[in-house]
Write a protein that binds this ligand. Structure first.
Ligand SMILES: [Ca+2]
Ligand SMILES: [Ca+2]
Length: 495
């Protein structure tokens, strides 16, 4: 039985009322419903829903996203981030550039973080400024960049945003799901512990109000950037995420997936910083199962938020003229390759993300194999908005792909760069690397001089690195291509 069928049965068994409701949602929002017409020349609304640290597998546990986006839209089966870490990935989403070009290499100074992004003047040219110039009303709800805001200017609103609900970085007194602060359009607002303060719910409340006030104005299309924290771990050191009180314990029986890479038996093929990892013990496995449950439970509020956003668009007669994108800023591991939790590594669970798109002209319930990357969103949104795409952009607009598998796979990009930079004071759990991902290969060069090479046709779970057996000729071909990509800029990244 597929995972989705599992969920369906689970939902039907556990919450019969929810099952009936989901059917009603499908019928209401499905292709058969009549949607009020908008003028054909009106620019489309662009809705971008960005979760935090959501790995691909967990998407199956979001029944509304399945009904309203997956069944009604196009799934990119090969969606990846070029750096599996929050701040570099989000900077890539905003600029359409690889980290080696926008220079936000990690989450905190000196390698990265919000203040560096601001001080490098990257905010003067982001997808928000481009779309605003193209006539859009732009709004952000939730997480912007790690380290936001600067202590000396907590009510700062970056250029390009008309409406701003930016969440403060967590701190000793600032949480991620409760007891947090938002910059609400230039006013610092503290939210407490009441169930009604739950971050995802507060953000969607604001987002729906924005749709109700703005999207009814046919003269001005909207760009809505909705970025809840779920399912990111809460606080340091890596506490599990906090579900909405109504969802706490809803999935008490769930355990983390156990792919063949779970607690990898032999890690002698791995680079030295991973070889030293002990086999996970029973206590660690109990903890990661708990974290998995709370991750999925925390996503249930996001699932509901997606439905509320879509309903708000439908109520305003704007759904048929709206593109809705759903993705995550990076993936996540729970026990694979003996890594108890986290991201950053170049393996599939870390770099692969969910990506679903619905909107005008997009086929319902289809999927495609093209590589789609986080650097592609800025040029995609610019093209949809009729904005000009700056020549600095490394990514490619996904618009030619949105009509399904019409373009031969060979006419699209065949590989991409994965880059990761370790802060000087980081624990020795990972190290800087450059990786080359093709449709059937992952090749990695570490700062230590070590290598990895996986043949994904036969080793999807990356259990046996072939770097020693591959032969110098093959390694050289891969290394040459990687050298080109790691210094590419704009056109040379896109070609
Ligand atoms: Ca993240
Ligand atoms: Ca192995």
């Amino acid at each position: 039985m597929s995972k989705v069928e599992n969920i369906k049965q689970e939902v039907q068994g556990r919450w019969p009322l929810l099952a009936v409701m989901l059917l009603a949602i499908e019928l209401f929002f499905g292709s058969g419903c009549t949607v009020p017409q908008t003028s054909e020349s009106a620019k489309p609304n662009i809705i971008f829903i960005l979760t935090d640290d959501q790995d691909l597998e967990t998407l199956a546990h979001m029944p509304r996203v399945q009904a309203l986006l997956v069944k009604q839209g196009l799934t990119f089966k090969n969606a990846f981030v070029t750096t599996p870490l929050c701040c570099p990935s989000r900077a890539s989403i905003l600029t359409g550039q690889y980290p080696h070009n926008h220079n936000i290499l990690s989450n905190a100074p000196p390698l990265g973080g919000f203040v560096k992004f601001r001080d490098l003047k990257r905010e003067d040219s982001t997808v928000a400024t481009w779309l605003r110039t193209a006539g859009y009303r732009t709004a952000l709800f939730g997480k912007y960049l790690n380290g936001y805001p600067a202590a000396d200017n907590p009510t700062y609103v970056p250029p390009g945003w008309d409406i701003w609900y930016g969440k403060f970085e967590r701190g000793p007194d600032i949480g991620d799901y409760f007891d947090y602060k938002l910059n609400e359009n230039g006013r610092e607002a503290a939210h407490g512990k009441d169930p009604s303060d739950y971050l995802t719910d507060v953000l969607v409340e604001k987002a729906v109000a924005f749709i109700q006030s703005a999207a009814g104005d046919r003269r001005q299309p909207i760009f809505l950037y909705f970025a809840p924290y779920a399912p990111h771990a809460e606080g340091a050191p890596n506490g599990p995420p906090i579900p909405a009180p109504r969802h706490k314990g809803a999935l008490a029986h769930m355990t983390a997936p156990r792919p063949s890479s779970f607690n990898e038996a032999d890690v002698s093929d791995k680079p030295s910083h991973l070889q030293g990892r002990p086999v996970l013990n029973a206590k660690q496995i109990t903890e990661l199962d708990h974290e998995y449950r709370t991750r999925v439970e925390s996503l249930l509020a996001v699932d509901e938020a997606v439905e509320r956003i879509i309903k708000a668009l439908a109520d305003r007669g704007e759904l048929a003229n709206s593109y809705i994108f759903f993705m995550s800023d990076n993936g996540y591991l729970l026990g694979q390759h003996r890594i108890p939790r986290g991201k950053g590594v170049p393996y599939e669970e870390s770099i692969r993300v969910p990506l679903v798109v619905r909107g005008p002209g997009i086929p319902a319930g289809e999927s495609v194999d093209y590589f789609a990357l986080n650097i592609d969103f800025a040029p995609t949104f610019a093209e949809l908005a009729g904005a000009s795409i700056p020549s600095s952009v490394d990514g490619r607009s996904l618009v030619p792909l949105l009509r399904g598998a019409k373009l031969p796979l060979a006419n699209w990009r065949q590989d991409f760069l994965v880059e990761f930079y370790t802060p000087p004071d980081a624990p020795p759990t990972n190290q800087s690397y450059y990786g080359l991902r093709t449709h059937d290969t992952l090749y990695v060069e570490y700062a230590s001089g070590e290598h990895e090479l996986y043949d994904l046709k036969v080793d999807l779970y990356q259990l046996s690195s072939l770097h020693k057996a591959a032969g110098s000729e093959r390694m050289k071909v891969l290394s040459n291509r990687l050298s080109k990509l790691k210094t590419c800029a704009a056109k040379t990244c896109r070609d």
